[in-house]
Design a protein around this ligand. Structure first.
Ligand code: AGP
Length: 609
């Protein structure tokens, strides 16, 4: 986690750093700090708490200077405190860091023996001391940084300045994201794109084990083996307003309401409905290889894992290929059996989730072809993959994943259909029918969003409850899991997702008049069975909130509250069922007064194990 920012150029760096940190705050927000060259010295200001606390701290101060670095922290090593906040300084070396240095304790012991004194509990401080150690021998920051990096095990994105070389800024990365923004004789560093979008759209993605040095209005990128790297900048299409709240009270609400657009963007340009064709050249898989795939592995974390569970239904139904789904954090520790005829699909909004990335490397190492579904261009997972299907959700700032999830689902429909078409597993008329319904989904999502008030009313009735159950069946079971996760994350209410059929095997014991149960009721083969589950809850005085795609009297008379969603093909239901659950969690969180966009203890992108 953590967000880092840097600036070198002709403008005042402090406002640029603070503005960038505001956009990065979703990555961590337990402390923040900046370091600025001011009158030939490096001034560091940092404090525990949110960015606004740092802003108050520096409000009255003159921190003028055109070179600076900044950081917003999500604690891994050491509690949130001023001492543990970045930047960290040793000698004249000042560092901000995102990632984890795995061998920091060994290095710390070695450095302490040599006389270095540590002021924080962080792994990061080791980096500044290590560079200082080499500087004592080298007298030059660039080669000292290079030598220090060779000693580090783990992941890092770093921005470094050095008191004795005031016109220089150094950046380095390994397995943690870092981008370089190019301006007019000025350079920006940031953990992600929205942090610098108001200044430039021209971006260079720093590669793993590369170091970038900025001085004399120039940039030089060198690889670990000291070869100069020439990398073409990319033009980013996102505009800064896309990363702002756009009039909504929270990013999460804005992102929920963006879904008709984001789902359309993810589908658009990739399907030719009347022909039943799907275009996915970006996958880089020749047709002959697709037919050889005997098994699909799908791996992800959190909400993206629930998208994978939906994906299993789609690939098995459309392509008749067996699918196994696993969590990134479990996959690599169980010596998974993977063959060359396996396709491994990794799903990640950020493309930086450490467990998913590590699992990807594991699968790749075992010879599997690797595809990813990502939202962030050129993210680590995308770059490690043989092919990436980008979701076009745009930047997702709210910690709770909303539009990222539904665009992942949209991407999975397209991918599963594409494979079915390419391997002739599905009748072309059926493909056309599904595509015809798929392109209607964004309108149906908009229809649901127009009824936000109904959901808000239901939320008002239940927001004081301390526990919730979410029940779904078949392809909607992962949506019950997602509904429960959303509620947990942002309202801190205990919620469990269950396959409805499992209720009588345990969770039914929890039901009483204080346990509302959200039931996803879908037409289809399990409809009657889910209605029986509703009866079972009612018989135990539990309140039932039904999200249903049929207004049949059977349901209305049995449940306490009902929200109707439009009808579509049963396999396309997951996106539609998700929307009311997002709104439900959102309104409950607002009513409980929690920090919706930055819920406690969470960070947007989990870049550590
Ligand atoms: C979702 O609301 C969560 N914040 C979280 O579970 C998230 O989906 C998970 O950390 C995976 O992130 P990724 O999609 O960026 O890999």
């Amino acid at each position: 986690m953590c967000g880092i920012i840097g600036y070198i150029g002709k403008r005042q760096s402090t406002p640029i750093l603070i503005e960038g940190l505001k956009r990065l705050e979703y990555r961590g927000y337990d402390s923040a700090g900046i370091a600025v060259f001011h009158n030939g010295e490096i001034e560091i200001r940092r404090c525990k708490g949110k960015l606004r606390d740092l802003e108050s701290l520096i409000k009255e101060e003159d921190l003028s200077g055109s070179v600076g670095i900044g950081h917003t922290r999500w604690a891994t090593h050491g509690k949130p405190s001023e001492e543990n906040a970045h930047p960290h300084k040793a000698g004249g070396v000042v560092v901000v860091h995102n990632g984890i240095i795995e061998n920091y304790l060994d290095l710390k012991v070695m450095l302490m023996k040599e006389g270095h004194t540590f002021k924080s509990e962080t792994d990061t401080e080791v980096i500044s001391h290590l560079i200082e150690r080499f500087i004592e021998k080298e007298d030059e920051i660039e080669s000292a940084v290079r030598k220090a990096l060779k000693e580090l095990r783990g992941s890092y994105a770093l921005a470094i300045i050095y008191e004795k070389e005031p016109g220089k800024l150094i950046a380095a990365r390994k397995e943690s994201p870092l981008i370089i923004g190019l301006g007019e004789e000025e350079f920006f560093l940031a953990s992600d794109i929205p942090a610098i979008l108001s200044h430039t759209r021209r971006v260079v993605f720093l590669g793993d084990n590369e170091i970038a040095v900025f001085s004399d209005k120039k940039m030089k990128i060198v690889s670990q083996d000291e070869k100069e790297v020439i990398r073409e900048p990319k033009d980013i299409q996102w505009n800064p307003v896309m990363a702002e709240k756009g009039g909504y009270k929270h990013f999460m609400l804005k992102e929920i309401f963006e879904q008709p657009r984001s789902i359309t963007d993810t589908i658009r340009g990739r399907i030719f409905q009347s022909e039943g064709k799907i275009f996915l050249d970006e996958l880089n898989i020749p047709q002959k290889d697709l037919s050889k795939i005997k098994r699909i592995m799908m791996i992800a974390c959190g909400t993206s894992f629930y998208a994978s569970l939906v994906g299993k239904f789609l690939f098995e139904e459309f392509c008749r290929i067996p699918v196994e789904v696993d969590l990134g954090s479990e996959f690599r520790y169980r010596d998974p059996i993977i063959g060359k005829d396996n396709l491994s699909i990794f799903i990640s909004q950020s493309g930086e989730t450490a467990d998913t990335l590590a699992a990807l490397k594991e699968a790749k190492g075992k010879g599997s072809r690797v595809l990813s579904i990502c939202n962030v261009l050129e993210s680590s997972i995308a770059r490690e993959s043989d092919g990436t299907l980008y979701t076009h959700a745009g930047p997702e700032i709210g910690v709770a994943s909303t539009k990222a999830f539904t665009t992942q689902l949209a991407a999975l429909y397209i991918l599963a259909l594409y494979m079915a078409v390419e391997t002739s597993k599905m009748n072309p008329q059926k493909v056309r029918n599904i595509l015809e319904e798929l392109i209607k989904i964004p309108h149906m999502v908009a229809e649901i969003l127009n009824q936000e008030e109904k959901i808000e009313r239901i939320a008002k009735k239940y927001f004081k409850s301390q526990n919730f159950l979410f029940l779904g069946r078949g392809i909607n079971y992962p949506i019950a899991l997602e509904g429960a996760l959303k509620l947990k994350e942002i309202s801190y209410i205990h919620a469990e997702g269950y396959p409805a059929g499992e209720m009588k095997h345990g969770p039914i014991a929890l039901i009483d008049n204080e346990m509302p149960v959200v039931v996803l009721v879908s037409e289809g083969i399990t409809y009657e069975k889910v209605l029986s589950n509703v009866e079972e809850v009612k018989a135990r005085r539990g309140a039932v909130i039904a999200i249903a795609n049929t207004s049949h009297k059977d349901i209305e008379k049995r449940v306490d509250d009902i929200f109707l969603i439009p009808r579509t093909l049963p396999l396309l239901n997951p996106i539609l069922f998700t929307i009311p659950l997002q709104l439900f969690a959102y309104h409950i969180a607002v009513l409980r007064g929690t920090d919706v966009d930055q819920p406690r203890n969470l960070a947007k992108s989990v870049t550590v194990e």
